[in-house]
Design a protein around this ligand. Structure first.
Ligand code: ADP
Ligand code: MG
Ligand code: MG
Length: 931
């Protein structure tokens, strides 16, 4: 069948944006539902592809254009190139994806010396005619012929100077006429050819130029930036549209509008217009437009037409519209419409209100919002009026904005934070032992590390803003200062970080607090009614748990016990446990930890009363709780030096003190600066003790050191080597549950084992649980139900899922580790060295640590789910890696039949919406954007 290259607005399929582009499809659709659109037609994106391939229009296309022009003449009663009633047209770009301002549009095409006179006679307005004429030459020269704007601007400036006016509108017809002649000369001088007077020649050149603008640098960069693929948009259409004139006097004008306020969602036309102006003037900002609200008073009849347009657009599109209009002598024309881009608050409000108005269904209300957008509403943001320049930019590692005084270590962050100061913790990179500093800081800033560095992951978990890898910052720990370019910041100076975009600002920038609006509650309640997947939260403390519950978490899917170990009051006991030389010594330390852990769990169970709490037994290798060898070596050397100096000092004849007190003081001073005051050091008589202890620790650190800690002695392997550690944790969970139950608090504890690779590991830990469960039941006189399950984060465990499920009531995929294991990538190395390059080169589409690798890791998950459910049909399966909060991964988890996803508290609302959308997509409740 012969391909059709051109569609009249009366004829084109309004749904076919791929073929007609968004603008073209909507011009067709609006025409067909009877809105006042100037007549026109669309050349397809297929014509564009053909043009770009062969550098000329495909066979038959030009004939179709000519025929369509004849039709246009019939519809409008005007002639293209005619002198009595000339037809002028615009030649407008538009692809299936909106790329605002990236491609070109030419207005007033068809003007030449002869048609111009027709226009002037017809409008009886020479100024209007010459203005349109000089605009056309300029636009055509720039876009179709590639003449630099600067030449025209210079000529315009010279003309204004000559006439003695400041504003374009003050130029008279004769000035504009002279200017048009100059413009034509500019074109001839720059292209070597006279300005094309033949309207059909103009049309042919313009169509080619618009098609070519698809491959302009601007457009290509834009598509790369916003990841617009060929499947999403392949070429631009060209829309030929009869010109209507907003610059025909004070009953004419032009403007842009939203059917609802895109900042708040309020149901009121929002936008701007200019009286007596052409479309480009609004955008160009030459004159200050008026708010549409003023139109009601200034042009009541037009305002009535605008309200009608508003209603008809919304009832038809069932979506907020962003539209362009022109008024020609009292008649309103709609020139474009598309779905309005709004901020998250407006999306949520319009979803709820449009449902209540009966405009859309609940399903559509849920489907139309991109879940990731909700993030804006869940964390503090910089005040929208702020326009300052950042000092530096790092990676947007955890969203939200925060201001505070900078400090360079966790202890200072803790002490100053507890004293009520607002703190930003600034480190080269953070370590697990910095955790107490996180608790007291408003935000975290690091100069090294990626979006999945320790700082980033922990900050996200806590819902605190974090900028990581801000390489421009150079931290000087000794001077307690940091430099960024020429700026030096001292400890205590205030900075503001924006974890949403990675910016760092000097001083305090006002922020606006997140608010969980009533509309948001409503929307998420609808989401929960729809979803099959449950949404749980990762939370390690009662505070985090409560917050997550506030976000609608249906339980805790991952409670990491080691975070509790890192608190300042516990770390020494944990270290004692690790350094213990005998079982008795170890047990003594463990006995001290038991009540602490029990209290921790009690707090969390209380916060989550009535909901399940999944506690993961200790996971990281022991050396993570000890200082590094390098740090210890430094400290020991320092202490040795101190001790030797002290000895030397003591040996100095007392007379030195008498003879040269100044020298003596200097010496003593030097010692003080070494770190400890002399009296402290002497009085404590600790020196040998301290050195000895540190040396012992160093020995242990060396003994524990691993070539590859990620694959080393961690998780269940520790539980097997040191049964007393896991036993204590299990006992703490079960006793806490029993104590809560006694107090009448409904508890649903679940115990989860990390890093399981073999069935036997799981069976052994299960036997601990069974045994301790019995003991606790006897000693506390109350039976609490506990579920027992396994993390699936080792490849072998996935392969053995069928057998594992006989001993596990639930599985939880730890997709961070599982991804590492599946790819054999060590995450830090991968992300720092080759992953970005892989993504750039297209070897991988995404960083698999950010976006779940459905084809590989996902395949293992599918296998584990189906094998597991074969032997245990009631098996609960969840995911607790960071992927659990990513909408795309959530859809996948839904599709393979997981029971729940678990993510950081602040991502819970996002996950709730994503879970509902996954269900709607599956059941076909999905509604396309313009249905
Ligand atoms: P963009 O995609 O950059 O918005 P458009 O094709 O929508 O480009 O054109 C830009 C502006 O030019 C429109 O907003 C409108 O004001 C004006 N315009 C385009 N076509 C016409 C026309 N036929 N009559 C009057 N004004 C037009
Ligand atoms: Mg437009
Ligand atoms: Mg893990």
């Amino acid at each position: 069948m012969k391909r059709q290259w051109v569609f009249a607005f009366e004829e084109g399929d309004g749904k076919n944006k791929m073929l007609l582009g968004g603008k073209g499809a909507n011009l067709c659709e609006m025409t067909q539902i009877g809105l006042n659109v100037p007549p026109g037609f669309t050349l397809t994106t297929e014509a564009c592809q053909a043009y770009l391939e062969h550098d000329e229009l495909p066979k038959g296309a030009w004939e179709e254009v000519l025929k369509s022009m004849k039709d246009l003449e019939k519809k409008t009663g005007k002639q293209f190139g005619g002198t009595d009633n000339p037809l002028l047209i615009s030649v407008r770009s538009g692809s299936s994806m909106s790329m605002p301002g990236m491609m070109d549009t030419i207005l007033n095409l068809g003007l030449n010396k002869a048609t111009l006179q027709g226009i002037i006679k017809l409008t009886n307005n020479p100024r209007f005619g010459y203005d349109a004429w000089r605009r056309f030459i300029q636009l055509f020269g720039k876009i179709a012929l590639g003449v630099e704007d600067k030449h025209f601007d210079d000529a315009m400036a010279a003309m204004k100077k000559k006439v003695g006016v400041a504003d374009d509108v003050d130029l008279k017809a004769e000035h504009l006429s002279e200017l048009a002649d100059q413009f034509a000369q500019i074109i001839e001088a720059n292209t070597g050819k006279p300005f094309p007077e033949d309207p059909y020649k103009q049309l042919e050149i313009a169509i080619g130029a618009v098609f070519r603008s698809w491959n302009g640098k601007r457009a290509i960069d834009y598509r790369r930036q916003f990841k617009i693929t060929r499947e999403m948009a392949n070429g631009t259409a060209v829309n030929i549209c009869t010109m209507v004139f907003g610059n025909m006097g004070n009953d004419s004008g032009t403007g842009v509008g939203f059917t609802r306020n895109p900042g708040t969602g309020e149901n009121m036309i929002y936008g701007e217009y200019l009286v007596n102006a052409q479309g480009e003037d609004v955008v160009a900002g030459i004159r200050t437009p008026k708010a549409i609200a003023e139109m009601e008073h200034d042009m009541p009849e037009i305002y009535r037409q605008l309200l009608e347009l508003h209603n008809r657009l919304e009832t038809h599109y069932k979506e907020v519209q962003d539209f362009e209009f022109t008024i020609e002598r009292g008649t309103l024309y709609c020139l474009q419409t598309r779905n309005g881009k709004m901020n998250a608050a407006a999306m949520v409000r319009t979803s709820v209100e449009m449902f209540k108005e009966g405009l859309i269904t609940k399903e559509k209300a849920l489907m139309r919002i991109d879940p990731a957008m909700l993030e804006q509403l869940l964390v503090p943001q910089l005040s929208p009026d702020f326009r300052g320049k950042p000092l530096a930019t790092g990676l947007p590692a955890s969203p939200g904005a925060a201001s505070g005084k900078i400090v360079f270590d966790a202890d200072t962050a803790e002490s100053r934070g507890m004293a009520g100061e607002k703190i930003i913790l600034v480190r080269e990179e953070t370590k697990p032992e910095d955790i107490h500093g996180f608790f007291q800081a408003q935000g975290i800033l690091t100069s090294r590390g990626g979006k999945t560095s320790h700082a980033a992951v922990v900050a996200r978990g806590m819902g605190k803003p974090c900028v990581s890898g801000c390489e421009a910052i150079h931290i000087n720990d000794i001077k307690r200062s940091a430099t960024i370019g020429d700026t030096t910041l001292h400890e205590g100076d205030v900075v503001t970080i924006d974890g949403g975009n990675g910016n760092v600002y000097a001083g305090e920038v006002p922020t606006v607090q997140a608010e969980f609006s009533h509309d948001m509650e409503t929307l998420l309640k609808w989401a929960d009614q729809v979803s099959r997947l449950k949404v749980m939260a990762n939370a390690d403390t009662p505070e985090d748990a409560l917050r997550a519950r506030g976000f609608g978490a249906m339980g805790i899917g991952l409670c990491r016990t080691e975070r509790m170990f890192n608190a300042t009051d516990r770390l020494p006991i944990v270290q004692e446990m690790i350094l213990a030389e005998s079982i008795e010594e170890r047990q003594a330390a463990i006995d001290r930890l038991l009540p602490i852990q029990r209290a921790d769990f009690k707090g969390i169970f209380k916060a989550m009363k009535g909901l399940p709490v999944t506690v993961r037994l200790m996971d990281p290798p022991l050396h993570e709780f000890l200082p590094t060898a390098a740090q210890l070596e430094l400290e020991i050397a320092h202490l040795h030096h101190l001790r030797d100096s002290l000895k030397a000092l003591e040996e100095l004849p007392e007379t030195l003190k008498l003879l040269n007190p100044k020298l003596y003081m200097q010496y003593a001073d030097g010692l003080t600066k070494l770190g400890r005051s002399m009296t402290d050091f002497k009085e404590g008589h600790l020196e040998e003790d301290v050195i000895h202890k540190k040396e012992k620790t160093l020995k242990k650190v060396r003994a524990l050191s691993e070539v590859n800690p990620m694959l080393g002695h961690r998780g269940v392997r520790l539980g097997i080597t040191y049964p007393e550690i896991y036993s204590m944790q299990i006992q703490a969970v079960l006793e806490a549950a029993a104590l809560c139950a006694r107090e009448g608090i409904e508890v649903h504890p679940e115990i989860m084992v990390p890093q399981v690779a073999t069935v036997e590991e799981l069976v052994r830990i299960h036997s601990y649980v069974k045994r301790i469960h019995k003991v606790v039941e006897l000693t506390h006189g109350i039976k609490v139900d506990v579920k027992f399950g396994s993390m699936l984060e080792v490849v072998r465990a996935c392969l053995r899922a069928g057998r594992m499920a006989q001993d596990a009531e639930f599985f939880s995929f730890g997709t961070n580790d599982l991804t590492q294991a599946t790819f054999s990538f060590s995450r830090e190395d991968a992300e720092n060295k080759f992953l970005p390059g892989y993504v750039e080169a297209g070897i991988l589409v995404d960083n698999p640590f950010e976006v779940l690798d459905q084809k590989g890791v996902g395949e293992l998950m599918k296998l584990a789910v189906s094998e597991g459910r074969k032997t245990n049909p009631d098996l609960k399966v969840g995911i607790c890696g960071e992927h659990g909060g990513h909408p795309g991964s959530i859809a996948f988890c839904h599709s393979i039949g997981l029971t729940y996803v678990s993510c950081s508290g602040p991502r819970v609302p996002i996950a709730r919406l994503a879970a509902a959308q996954a269900q709607l997509m599956e059941t076909g409740g999905a509604v396309t954007k313009n249905a």
